[in-house]
Design a protein around this ligand. Structure first.
Ligand SMILES: Nc1ncnc2c1ncn2[C@@H]1O[C@H](COP(=O)(O)OP(=O)(O)OP(=O)(O)O)[C@@H](O)[C@H]1O
Ligand SMILES: [Mg+2]
Length: 511
């Protein structure tokens, strides 16, 4: 065939580069090129050299073009071939007999066409990503040097078009992920993504639903990391105030001298440095909810102002005399015992009464171990996305049992951190959560002295028995029970506990 090469190049380039969508670009190229060379099918294939994997991402044949995601694993004997293979840019390899070329044989076998001739060339436009373009014609000895020469002319336009199309694909995918992420965030805010809402946190969620539609103050009680903030979010976003502001204040994080002005605002000149008038967070939360985290850290003076907001729904800015009406729902949280603080006069008793109308106690993770697998799954997905993992690693099933046995003193946050650490240390294969993923904090047994006073043997016994019971979550009998660990007969241990005044029940609550 007599071909005007310049015209061929021009027409082919127009078709190849005519679309950003990979399947369309492939189809247009296929339709044009098949007039000049033998052609039954062509594919764009990405190569992952390190793990010896090929991924066919798009293909075109006489029936049309399609995006695809076909993974082709190469046997280790051929992986080395990848390293040796001539991927010199612009060189179009003619493989007329696949049996002569193990890589082509494997590739065409996997794609279902062992008995073909092929033209293969690399599109190394991106140094991180090696991709190859494969053109196939059924039967042996179909390609000649003149075919290869024509295709060589088209190397650059094909390389550019494919690399742009791949980039376009990636952007679309990112956008899709972003959308999914946003939807998920919103769901979480609205309380739908609370793991365990139907199991370990069922009672808590029942209370959330009871209290959300009302305006009364709520106090969230629970150890550190149990999910107090998550529950505060759920209350706000399921309440009629959900479109209003949700203002969070961590009382412990604001210097004591500034907390009044931060919460209630100040007038100009109220104190040195108050050069302008400022609205406080309560005013900014008007029509919405304020979340007072770590309320046990609130100084007494701020407690008095807070009491007034709760009782009269009004406040005065620091240094001001004008009374400002505010309509704010208060959610407070603490991991401290406010009752004990009341007894020590560091927390106002009247404020405690006001806040404790509706306490929600969030149980520690060790009292809802059945939620652990779902939480691990949740954090694996979330953290893999945040760390830009392409796929979510599989977990060793035995690891889940081990994690369910762990005491989780830091609760859900500790579990979340552990998953993140495991992912950061992950180097492929099955995720086993070995001991290196846990914090290695050895507790030194300094129990023979307390506040400088030497303890009696009975006191040391009592402390030790209690700490073992805490580990076994109150279990005395049987395998893994406290009696076994302490090397005592269970009735001996019970007798000793009675004598030392240690109460027993299945769950030992910690204060
Ligand atoms: N039920 C849950 N479902 C999903 N994620 C949760 C759940 N509970 C807690 N988390 C996650 O665990 C982490 C700790 O939760 P959160 O900050 O709400 O705890 P906290 O009780 O406020 O802790 P602290 O007392 O330390 O302030 C957060 O990243 C949160 O998203
Ligand atoms: Mg918190």
């Amino acid at each position: 065939m007599n071909i005007n090469e310049q015209d061929f190049f021009h027409q082919a380039t127009l078709r190849i580069c005519g679309s950003l969508e990979i399947d369309k670009a492939l189809l247009h190229s296929f339709e044009y090129l098949k007039n000049f060379i033998p052609l039954d099918e062509m594919w764009l294939v990405l190569i992952d050299k390190d793990i010896g994997k090929l991924r066919a991402v798009a293909g075109a044949d006489h029936n049309g073009a399609r995006k695809m995601d076909k993974i082709i694993y190469l046997p280790w004997t051929i992986r080395n071939e990848l390293g040796k293979h001539d991927f010199t840019p612009k060189k179009v390899n003619i493989i007329n007999r696949t049996e002569d070329n193990p890589l082509a044989l494997n590739l065409l076998n996997s794609l279902g066409y062992p008995d073909s001739s092929s033209l293969v060339f690399s599109l190394s436009t991106d140094s991180n990503r090696l991709s190859i373009f494969v053109m196939r014609a059924t039967g042996k000895d179909r390609f000649s040097d003149s075919h290869a020469r024509l295709v060589t002319m088209l190397h650059d336009p094909i390389a550019i078009a494919m690399s742009n199309a791949l980039r376009h694909e990636e952007l679309l995918k990112l956008k899709e992920d972003d959308n999914k992420y946003l939807v998920q965030e919103l769901r979480q805010l609205a309380g739908e993504e609370i793991v365990g809402a139907e199991s370990g946190l069922k009672n808590v969620m029942d209370m959330v639903h009871q209290v959300a539609p009302r305006d009364n103050p709520v106090i969230l009680l629970g150890e550190t990391g149990v999910g107090k903030e998550v529950i505060a979010n759920a209350i706000h976003y399921t309440s009629h105030r959900k479109d209003g502001p949700f203002i969070k204040v961590n009382s412990g994080a604001i210097p004591e001298g500034l907390i009044d002005s931060e919460l209630f605002g100040h007038e100009r000149g109220a104190f040195t440095g108050a050069v302008t008038q400022k609205r406080g967070r309560f005013e900014r939360a008007n029509g919405g909810t304020i979340f007072l985290d770590e309320i046990g850290d609130l100084p007494l003076q701020a407690q008095s102002r807070l009491l007034r907001v709760i009782q009269q729904k009004e406040l005065e800015r620091v240094g001001g005399s004008e009374t400002i009406k505010v309509d704010v729902r208060i959610i407070a949280a603490t991991h401290r015992s406010l009752e004990k603080m009341v007894a020590k006069n560091t927390f106002r008793e009247d404020l405690w009464y006001r806040l404790s109308i509706f306490p929600i106690i969030i149980p520690p993770l060790r009292q809802r171990i059945s939620d652990i697998p779902a939480l691990i799954d949740h954090f694996l997905k979330r953290k893999s996305r945040e760390l830009n993992f392409r796929t979510i690693p599989q977990i060793d099933p035995g690891a889940i049992d081990r994690l369910m046995d762990y005491p989780w003193k830091g609760n859900v946050r500790e579990l979340e951190n552990m998953v993140e650490r495991a992912l950061i240390q992950y180097s492929g294969g099955i995720l086993s959560f070995d001991r290196f993923n846990f914090f290695q904090i050895e507790e030194t047994p300094v129990i023979s002295k307390s506040a400088g006073k030497t303890l009696t043997l009975d006191e040391v016994d009592a402390i030790h028995i209690q700490s073992v019971l805490k580990e076994t979550r109150g279990k005395i009998n049987g395998v893994g029970g406290a009696a076994e660990i302490l090397g005592l007969h269970p009735s001996t241990l019970r007798f000793r506990m009675d004598r030392l005044g240690i109460r027993y029940g299945k769950i030992i609550r910690t204060t």
